[in-house]
Each structure stands twice: as C-alpha cells, then as structure tokens.
Design a protein around this ligand. Structure first.
Ligand code: MV4
Length: 446
C-alpha cells in the first residue's frame, strides 16, 4: 500500500491524511466544485475534482471515485464515515478494481447493513439483543404476536435502515395497524426496502458503544466503551469515555459481547458495537457500525492509541500492534460536535461563510476541524464544522477543560451549536454523569 485516496471531505479526510503522512503514504483527495478551496484538498499530495456539489455526483458516485483512484495511481481507498463508508457495493467495487478497501470485509459490511441479519448473527454469537421478531415481519399479526409476548411499548424499525431513521413507537395493540402501514411506507421511501421488524421499546435507555478492532490474522480486541447518550434526532452531540457510572458487571458484559460478536462474523479493521443499556445495567445489542466513527478521538485520548494509523496497517495485512492487556483506559475524555446549526431555531442548518474563526488551545485539548476562516459552509453536506476533544486525569478535569475551550471558541458568519453545548455541560445531570438518550428531545438543555 503506497498511495491512499480518501473518498470523503471535511475533518475526517484531514484526519486520514494525517495518519497517512505518519506512515509515509502518499495521499489523494477528491472534491466537489463546492470544495475547491477546502482544507482537505490543499493538504493532500494531489486532488481530483469529481463534479458539481450534490453528493450523488461526487462523494457518493462510486464510478467517479474509482476513476479518480485509477487516474491518480492510488492503490487503496479510505471511505471515512458517512457517504459510501457502509455501502457494501462500494467495498465490493473497490476490491473488484484491484484496490484495497480500508475497512472491513464486504460480507461484514453487507451483513451488518441488514439490521435483522445483524440481530440474528449477534444473537447466535451469544450477544444479548432486545426481545423482538427474529426477522422482518410479513403482516400486522406478527407484530401483535410480538407485542403479546414481549409487552408494550414496542418499536417498529426498518430492516434496511439504522440510526433510528423511520422508527415508530407503538404503545398498544390497537395502534399497530396504522403504525405498521406508516413504518412500511417510511422504510420504503427512506431505504428502498419496505421490510420492518419489531422490538420491545426500552424507555430512556443509555447509548453505550464498544470500539472493536480486528486484524486479518484472527486477533480481535476491544478499546473499551464510549457513552453517546446526548443525541438529538439520532445525531450525537457529545460523546465520552469511559461511560460514567457504568456498573462493572455491565462494562465487562459489554466488552466481552462486543469481542464475541466481532469474532463470530469474521470482522476485520475498526468497528463499533452499539448497545442500549437500561436503568438496571442490562444491555442489548442494537447495531454494528462497520466504519471509523466521528467520535473515535475520545477512545484515542483515553487509550493513547491511533485508530486511523491502525486501520491503515491492518488494511495492509499487518498484525494488530496492540495486545488486549496493553489497551487501558487512562483518565477521561469528552468530545463535542460543533455544527453550523442554530439551536434557537430547532437546529436549523446555518450555511454561509465563516467570517471569523478562533479555535481554542490548551493542555489536554484536541481540535479536529474541517474548516478555517473564510470557509463556505454548503447546504449540500453535513454541517459538522469541527470537534473539540478534552482529556483529563478525571472526568471533572476533562469537563472543566471543555468548558474553558468552548468559552474561548469564536465562530462568526454562521450560527453554531456552541451555546447549546455550553448549556448541556452545565446541566447537573451531565455534571454527575446521569445520562440517557431522551435528554435533548425532552428539552433538558433549553
Ligand atoms: C431503540 C430504542 C428503544 N428501544 N430500540 C435510535 C438509534 C438507533 N440506533 C436505535 N435507536 C433506538 N432504538 C428499542 N428497542 C431507543 C432508540 C433511541 C436512541 C438510541 C440510541 C441513542 C439515542 C436514541 C434516541 C432515541 C431513541
């Protein structure tokens, strides 16, 4: 592996380029007409324009990306997150073109993309799953049978979906018929696949995920957990590691289940097993993300390891450079995502030109940014501007450093989520680490 094309933009493209430079690998950026002046384009050894701004014609266009790889002589492609990162057809097309896909095997991407298949495979591996239907349901009667067996509320989910899109909660049997029709319709329109399945609905769970890593030589390890409960409409806003107040038995169960699950599907490279954790410490597998995630830096900060460098090494066929016993959580780290969205207008995207940008700096603080002063925030892409990651010997120290960092950050020209994040970090339940997934939508931080 000598030259890596990054099929992405923004902060994650820059992050991957940094890891490539660390290993002496040449780099290729791809970009759209909207990203001509983007930092990720300047930082790559070479850059290839794909087309007009819409993602369909650029960062989501498999043929154009493969063409750019051939033209530049890249021998590997890193997909970043979002865009084509979990598209098994892309992973397959990359392999067919004789290139290395810096990610898991095609079959793992495909299997985990089918949410009922993922549930089935994980349950077979002994990983606890939420009580639910074994596969997609054919009719309302199957949903009624599950409701009678598991109890209400239940939730209808799209088999081809994920990330919570198109979920429908149902509180009583009488509401199932209408819900079934609407969930089926939404699944079809959002994912082109009408199949839905049913689970018992857990009230106010925590979202805790486990970072796993595997090589092509059969070694599978975990890098502990991340707490990601502070979300809005299934978009994470704050993540941290370790998960505060997680019972020791739950922690052990989670990481053991994550490693067993990854091993059972022959997983390779970086992956994340997502779980819901209930108030009594019970945990249930939700989904597996077969990509590097936005929040990977909190894991890097507490373990001192470089996950993206390791992705490149593993993709090149090397053995994992860590042993499980060497992977320890030291101190605590927290990440906030700063989006160009207006928290006073229901998080309405706020595109425009960043006229002034002052980033914080300091002990234990890390900045991962996709923008600079003068950057234009386009309506075409995810409005994530940058991430701030604060580390400390304790959670309180990390939180204190993050408060200071947010107070020192200046963004002018677009609205951002910074005022919301500052309020969230002051909230007594956040301060004491009593978190759950409904906090934002219930208005705890208004
Ligand atoms: C659930 C749930 C409660 N019960 N499934 C949303 C994201 C997707 N990965 C699954 N999600 C949920 N699935 C059952 N059976 C509640 C959620 C959920 C959620 C999960 C993780 C983080 C934030 C969330 C916010 C609302 C709902």
């Amino acid at each position: 592996m000598r030259k890596v094309l990054v099929a992405n933009r923004g902060e994650i493209a820059r992050r991957v380029f940094r890891a490539c430079r660390h290993l002496g690998l040449a780099t290729v950026a791809v970009y759209s007409e909207a990203d001509v002046d983007a930092p990720h384009v300047r930082e790559a050894g070479e850059a290839i324009m794909l087309g007009p701004p819409p993602p369909r014609e650029t960062y989501l266009d498999i043929e154009r990306i493969l063409h750019a790889a051939r033209r530049s002589g890249a021998d590997a492609i890193h997909p970043g997150y979002g865009f084509l990162s979990e598209n098994w057809r892309f992973a397959e097309a990359v392999a067919r073109a004789g290139l290395t896909f810096i990610g898991p095997p095609v079959e793992a991407v495909r299997a985990m993309g089918d949410k009922t298949e993922a549930r089935r495979l994980m349950a077979a591996a002994g990983v606890p799953t939420v009580p639910g239907t074994p596969g997609p349901i054919a009719d309302v009667a199957e949903a009624e049978a599950l409701g009678a067996r598991a109890g209400y509320p239940v939730v209808l989910k799209a088999a081809g979906g994920g990330g919570g899109i198109g979920m429908v909660r149902v509180d009583k049997a009488g509401d199932l018929a209408t819900a079934f029709a609407s969930a089926t319709r939404r699944a079809q329109s959002a994912f082109g696949n009408a199949a839905i399945y049913v689970e018992r609905y857990l009230e106010r769970p925590r979202h805790v995920e486990v970072q796993v890593f595997a090589d092509t030589h059969g070694t599978v390890v975990h890098l502990h957990e991340r707490e990601c409960s502070i979300q809005r409409r299934h978009q994470k806003l704050i993540e941290e590691s370790p998960a505060p107040n997680l019972p020791a038995a739950t922690k052990r169960g989670l990481v053991d289940a994550a490693v067993a699950g990854a091993r059972a599907i022959g997983y390779v490279n970086a992956g994340t097993m997502e779980f819901l954790v209930d108030a009594s410490g019970g945990f249930y597998f939700l989904e597996m993300n077969t990509r590097i995630q936005v929040e990977h830096p909190v894991t890097e900060e507490v373990t001192g390891l470089d996950l993206v460098v390791e992705q490149l090494r593993v993709a090149a066929g090397e053995r994992l450079s860590w042993r499980q016993e060497d992977i320890v959580q030291r101190g605590a780290a927290i990440e906030v995502r700063v989006y160009a969205e207006d928290p006073d207008k229901n998080f309405l995207p706020s595109p425009g030109t960043i006229t002034r940008l002052e980033m914080p700096a300091g002990e234990g603080l890390r900045v991962e940014s996709g923008v600079e002063s003068g950057s234009v925030v386009s309506v075409h892409y995810d409005p994530l501007l940058f991430k701030l990651v604060a580390r400390g010997a304790s959670r309180d120290e990390a939180l204190g450093r993050m408060r200071t960092a947010l107070g020192a950050t200046v963004v002018e020209g677009v609205r951002t989520t910074i005022p919301f994040l500052r309020k969230a970090l002051e909230h007594p339940d956040v301060r004491r680490g009593a978190l759950h997934t409904q906090m934002v939508d219930q208005g705890a931080f208004r």
